[in-house]
Design a protein around this ligand. Sequence first.
Ligand code: CTP
Ligand code: MG
Length: 335
Amino acid sequence: RMLKRQMMCRGDIHRLNAPLLAIYESLIPPEEERTKQKQLLALLEKLVCKEWPKAQLFLYGSCANSFGVSKSDIDVCLVFNEDINDKSEILLKLADILQSDNLQNVQALTRARVPIVKLMDPATGISCDICINNVLAVVNTKLLRDYAKIDARLRQLAFIVKHWAKSRGVNETYRGTLSSYAYVLMCIHFLQQRRPAILPCLQGMEKTYNVSVDNIECAYFDKVEQLSNFGSSNKETVAQLVWGFFNYWAYGHDYANSVISVRTGSIISKQEKEWTRRVGNDRHLICIEDPFEISHDLGRVVDKFSIRVVREEFERAADIMQYDPNPCVKLFEPY
Ligand code: CTP
Ligand code: MG
């Protein structure tokens, strides 16, 4: 069954291209949202600078990695040029400063896994989370954004996949399903694996960008303007890629032995990473290597119950792409 699927996709797949592209277009944030985000960032910079003149603010996550849909919250990172032992103290101070400047719903969540200050800006209507010294997130945000510049099909595929995951309830890490960040890495890896390849492996090329964060070397080729023709000999359309993506995760991926790795542009073995045993709460039931924190499996949130949910959703999506007369509606049906 798997072989047959891998060889033959539905004959009328091209018919799905226009409607999938229309969904993608409808999700892209309008330019005015970007203007408002910049406006809010400028306000935050002004307020932060008064208290900590040497600190810097960076956007990260979907508002900066080019995989953000319309009306997303924004993620901001406050970076000090020194280690912060007591983030709670800084966050409480920050909440205090922001509160007094009529920003709304200001809350310091000092005991969260990633401690943050949350707020809503009434002038722009944008909600925002501010974390401290999470420089790796700022750097992996740049990596994702750079990959997106190489071939337009990455952004198209990832928007469709994220939209599907949100509609189907499999984008909730607190319930054991995958983060948006994990889904985007899955899309990048998938396009690195096409033949001919649609994306290169930037970390395997000459290192034109190189920063060291928490003793981790983050280095890769970032002159991506030079790669704008990279995928052009592969003519696959977004419809074929969406079909192929779900087919791979439903019927092609070897969950027992394989780890997907954007860092190497290949599949590596669980054995090699010593991800075969359960250590603490890390179960490694679906293995997605973080490109920089390579001991970090983004699938570690998935447990023995939620792995079934996730895999059944991949199978449902693959079957809809293969057989359903109206996949562009069915795929995104609320669960
Ligand atoms: N991140 C990370 N490690 C994780 C999860 C997230 O480093 N395990 C960082 C990444 O920089 C990611 C950012 O946090 O870009 C935000 O993560 P997430 O909310 O999963 O992705 P978004 O792109 O913001 O997606 P959404 O549109 O759903 O908010
Ligand atoms: Mg986000």
